[in-house]
Design a protein around this ligand. Structure first.
Ligand SMILES: Nc1ncnc2c1ncn2[C@@H]1O[C@H](COP(=O)(O)OP(=O)(O)O)[C@@H](O)[C@H]1O
Ligand code: SF4
Ligand SMILES: [Mg+2]
Length: 333
């Protein structure tokens, strides 16, 4: 049974132009111990999906799904309190904007003290403070923070976004969730330290069987660190399957365009490939094209594309396109 099982998740909001579907019938599943990448250009709905899983979208948003289950539990049927309790125990999220996730009125050290689970504490009451401090120091070192004393005494606004993000990641790993949702976890972290964070996630995954949803627009990270991948465009799932398989043989023109933007993939592209990176940008939600949302940007678009393509399945690999790339066109040389 998948740990997370999402079928036809839609997320809508009311605008002066009527109700708008920002996320349209997205499917996503994660098995225990799996690392899945969720990719797509900025504005494709990745963070909304993550927030819908966490149940933290405000009343402006209408969330519906045929299935939104965590470990067999229907999340949409839970009360807000039951949902918070389940999330608090089992699921952790690293947010895209770290400073807004930390309390600006409290020192980082105090926030770390408060969030550290005590279930592994095996020392007497009088030694607990010291035990906590040692654990926090160890977690801060794991995420690459060496000057832990200064960081712990500081308020979030006194630290860089990168350090705040590392603190958030330290809190998350201390907590040992069963599912970790990491939304662009390293964009504000310096390039040299990014690999250290990904190695840490991998270790968490291997040693504690933590499942991870890694949201990113960086395909190189996805290629190195994930087993499966879901590609979103403009609020819809366009392709999903095993990362290796999709990198070797994408069927959807959007996935192909994303892969073509990677320098090493581009160098190995088949000379016969007719596709170049897509022109234009993601359309605004108020002006969505009818039928396939990629239509106006797609070099393969034809008349039929004014009809919404169905999700097709080939050897465990899903894609929604009327004119998918042939094996020859999609293949690396
Ligand atoms: N608070 C909001 N109000 C109005 N539109 C929003 C809001 N948050 C996100 N959106 C819109 O929803 C779409 C998906 O956003 P998001 O999930 O943040 O994309 P991603 O994380 O893939 O960059 C975008 O078009 C964005 O403009
Ligand atoms: S359905 Fe048509 S417009 Fe959409 S990706 Fe496929 S070929 Fe392009
Ligand atoms: Mg986002």
């Amino acid at each position: 049974m998948p740990l997370l099982d999402i079928r036809n998740l839609s997320i809508e909001f009311d605008s002066p132009h009527g109700r708008i579907k920002a996320v349209d019938r997205v499917n996503l599943s994660i098995n225990p111990g799996e690392i899945r990448g969720l990719v797509g250009e900025s504005g494709s709905g990745k963070s909304l999906v993550a927030k819908a899983i966490m149940g933290i979208l405000n009343d402006r948003w209408y969330v519906s799904a045929d299935r939104l289950r965590y470990n067999g539990v229907d999340l949409l049927s839970l009360s807000a309190k039951e949902r918070r309790k389940l999330m608090g125990r089992e699921i952790a999220m690293v947010f895209q904007e770290p400073s807004s996730s930390l309390d600006p009125n409290d020192t980082v050290g105090h926030q770390l003290h408060e969030s550290l689970p005590m279930d592994e504490c095996d020392v007497s009451f009088f030694k607990r403070r010291k035990w906590r401090e040692e654990r926090i120091k160890a977690f801060l070192h794991k995420v690459g923070i060496r000057d832990h004393k200064r960081v712990m005494k500081s308020y979030p606004h006194e630290l860089s976004e990168g350090i705040c993000q590392k603190v958030m990641i330290a809190m998350t790993i201390a907590y040992k969730p069963r599912l970790l949702i990491a939304d662009e976890p390293t964009t504000v972290i310096e390039a040299g330290a990014q690999d250290q964070i990904f190695k840490l996630f991998k270790k968490l995954n291997q040693l504690n069987e933590v499942s991870i949803l890694l949201i990113t627009h960086d395909l190189e990270h996805v290629e190195s660190w994930t087993k499966t991948i879901t590609v979103m465009y403009c609020g819809q799932t366009v392709e999903s399957g095993y990362t290796k398989q999709i990198f070797k043989q994408p069927y959807h023109p959007y996935t192909m365009a994303l892969l073509q933007s990677m320098p090493h993939f581009n160098a190995q592209l088949s000379r016969k490939s007719q596709l170049t990176a897509l022109s234009g940008s993601v359309p605004s939600l108020q002006h969505l094209p009818i039928g396939c949302r990629l239509g106006p940007r797609c070099p393969r678009a034809q008349k039929l594309c004014v009809e919404i393509p169905k999700m097709e399945k080939v050897r465990g690999h899903y894609f929604s396109c009327h004119f998918p790339l042939t094996e020859q066109e999609g293949k690396k040389s």
